[in-house]
Design a protein around this ligand. Structure first.
Ligand SMILES: [Zn+2]
Length: 282
């Protein structure tokens, strides 16, 4: 069976605004049934949603058992006001507001907490992020507060120092993880952090003409090299496509292809181990 450890039911891989509009009044059950049926056809039995504030993932979790799928969601991802993530998440200004959102997530039945602690890759410029990560001390406190409520934490995190800080603080999984160095990889390995490199979000841009092709190739090569180095250290990699992101349709199999390229003959065992780790932790 397959798993996607990072997807977004609310999005469609084409246009995030119109995708979200579909669920703005209430979760669109027709859409959710169609997507869950598609995953079942492709042999997926575990989905971990990256969250949305309209309840699409929450409704999907309720419907997923009909399709033999275990579905986990943080409900809405949490992002700091003025930073990346506001298009899909709930915003907080300070730790007090963040703590209240974590308690609310607990009361509303979130399976884990998803935090956004860095910018995105600039797909036109290899090596550049759209903004710096939050300060390490702040990252530590965010993760600590979620742990106090008994939650595991999934973190959207790019950049070596951001990921290193999240790993040192006991984050459960790192999502994307662009531009890591040996120290960041070693910190993840040492703390048993699961890394979902979401290679599909880069790989699926190849040949689309939307971004600079040489930059896309460079970003992908860097990510593949880091994933290979992490696997060689014995780190835990898990397949997460970020399905719903632009050019990443639900059920995209690019993540499996690229991870198999990275892991070679060890791929089957390594991916089974990664999926097991996600299922146990989230
Ligand atoms: Zn995502």
């Amino acid at each position: 069976m397959r798993a996607d450890c990072h997807m977004h039911m609310v999005l469609d891989g084409v246009d995030w605004k119109s995708a979200i509009a579909r669920h703005s009044e209430a979760p669109d059950e027709g859409w959710i049934h169609k997507i869950l049926a598609h995953y079942r056809e492709l042999g997926f039995d575990y989905l971990r949603d990256g969250g949305d504030r309209w309840g699409a993932g929450k409704r999907a979790r309720e419907l997923a058992p009909e399709y033999g799928i275990t579905y986990r969601t943080p409900l809405a991802p949490l992002c700091k006001s003025g930073h990346y993530g506001a298009f899909i998440g709930k915003k907080y200004e300070n730790f007090r507001e963040y703590t209240a959102l974590v308690s609310q997530a607990r009361a509303e039945g979130a399976d884990f907490i998803k935090i956004m602690i860095s910018g995105l890759m600039d797909f036109d410029c290899c090596g550049r992020l759209t903004e710096d990560g939050l300060p390490p001390a702040e990252i530590r406190e965010l993760i600590h507060i979620a742990h106090e409520e008994g939650f595991s934490v999934m973190a959207h995190a790019n950049g070596a120092r951001t990921v290193e800080a999240a790993a040192a603080s006991g984050v459960g999984s790192v999502e994307h993880g662009a531009y890591l160095d040996t120290d960041a990889l070693a910190a993840m390995k040492e703390k048993g952090v699961i890394w979902c490199p979401t290679l599909s979000t880069i790989g699926n841009l190849r040949g689309k003409g939307r971004f600079d092709e040489a930059a896309v190739r460079g970003i992908l090569d860097t990510a593949l090299e880091n994933a290979a180095a992490f696997a060689a250290m014995g780190g835990i990699l898990a397949p997460g496509t970020d399905a719903g992101a632009w050019a990443v349709p639900h059920g995209s199999l690019t993540e499996y292809e690229l991870l198999e390229q990275v892991l070679g003959t060890a791929a089957k065992d390594a991916l089974t181990r990664g999926i097991e780790a996600v299922r146990n932790r989230f």
